[in-house]
Design a protein around this ligand. Structure first.
Ligand code: PMV
Length: 348
């Protein structure tokens, strides 16, 4: 079909991995499978305006605006993304694009916006593709959106679908693939469908080491093979845990994954530490609180100093009291974000 111009807009959430992706092969293929909770409140809203070019040109033509202002430093990322997806989106050079994006979470909060941002752009492009080639199934749309998002940022592949999402091939997970993420295909206990994630903003600064560099340092890492095996085993162990609602096993796996991720950073060459003293203070407080109250609250970490506090919804009042009384002091400007498991991306 000949589409001259149009505009589409998507909202796509962030996600938090329970079993972490750290280390990749060529073409954004993960070294191990991962699983995440899709979040809800932390979102990117992205719109894509497209205008058919008069003449064919060999360059990508796009402008990027973040929160209404032109943002130059994000352009190389999109340029690289376009290069990677061009074979799968041959229409890219036929259009001039204007991309507008904004995040629901505070700018430079230390929360990575690559997952929400890249998945939102991928979804917008898929909408254009659907206009050009009508009749594609919803399943194809979602798979390809995740596939394209993965080429923008690996973890972005897990931001299309809702609740629990698996990316990377695992022999015990039917339909799992290295090329795109799928919704966790097995039974999930009610308790995990409304799980809370309160993100403590311990340090809002720029990361000293990007995740691209971090992934690369897994090549030749002395513990790499064991780490990839550990992640596979942990994902395997999570299957019955998610079904039975076994929070104590859940906690063991999730906290071990967070610390193993950071242990990989600390044992790579060059080595680095993304946790801050307050990250450790918070972890110790959570452990003490869990020991004394028996409430199944735990933490996980991304590639940064912020702490994600995970807990069942029915304990929310108590945990927020705990956070306000004992953990806010460790947050920069006392800031934290209340989020919970969400249903995935949605069209505006
Ligand atoms: O998507 P990337 O390349 O920014 O990698 C992110 C990796 C972690 O957030 C640290 C873990 C994960 O699985 O989300």
């Amino acid at each position: 079909k000949n589409i001259v111009s149009g505009e589409v807009s998507w909202q796509s959430p962030s996600n938090i991995a329970l079993v972490k992706y750290w280390g990749k092969k060529e073409n954004q293929i993960p070294a191990n499978p991962s699983i995440s909770f899709t979040l809800d409140e932390c979102r990117s809203t992205t719109s894509l305006k497209y205008f058919k070019k008069e003449e064919n040109s060999e360059a990508y033509d796009f402008d990027f605006y973040f929160e209404g202002k032109p943002k130059q430093d994000f352009k190389p990322k999109i340029q690289k993304f376009f290069q990677r997806i061009e074979t799968y989106c041959p229409y890219l050079k036929d259009y001039q694009f204007e991309i507008h994006s904004e995040n629901s979470f505070p700018h430079s909060s230390g929360i990575a916006s690559s997952a929400s941002g890249m998945s939102a752009i991928a979804l917008c492009l898929m909408d254009l593709e659907k206009e050009l080639y009508p009749g594609m199934s919803q399943e194809y749309f979602n798979k390809k959106a995740s596939f394209l998002a993965r080429l923008g940022s690996g973890s972005a592949s897990r931001s299309i679908a809702g609740q629990l999402v698996v990316w990377g091939e695992h022999e015990s997970i039917e339909g799992s693939s290295d090329e795109y993420a799928i919704q966790f295909p097995y039974e999930v206990h009610e308790i995990f469908k409304t799980y809370k994630d309160t993100i403590l903003l311990v340090d809002k600064g720029e990361k000293q080491v990007s995740s691209t560099v971090g992934h690369d340092l897994m090549h030749g890492h002395p513990f790499a093979e064991m780490r990839f095996k550990q992640a596979e085993d942990n994902l395997e162990k999570l299957i019955p845990v998610l079904k039975n609602g076994d929070t104590s096993e859940f906690i063991k796996i999730v906290e071990s994954e967070a610390l193993s991720l950071h242990a990989m950073m600390m044992s790579s060459l060059p080595y680095f530490i993304l946790m801050k003293p307050n990250t450790l203070e918070v972890i110790n407080k959570i452990w003490e609180y869990r020991r004394t109250t028996g409430i199944p609250v735990c933490f996980t970490l991304d590639a940064g100093a912020n702490v994600h506090v995970l807990y069942p919804e029915n304990h929310a009042t108590k945990i927020l009291e705990f956070i306000n009384n004992e953990l806010v002091v460790y947050c920069q400007n006392g800031q934290y974000i209340c989020d919970h498991v969400g249903d995935g991306a949605s069209k505006n």
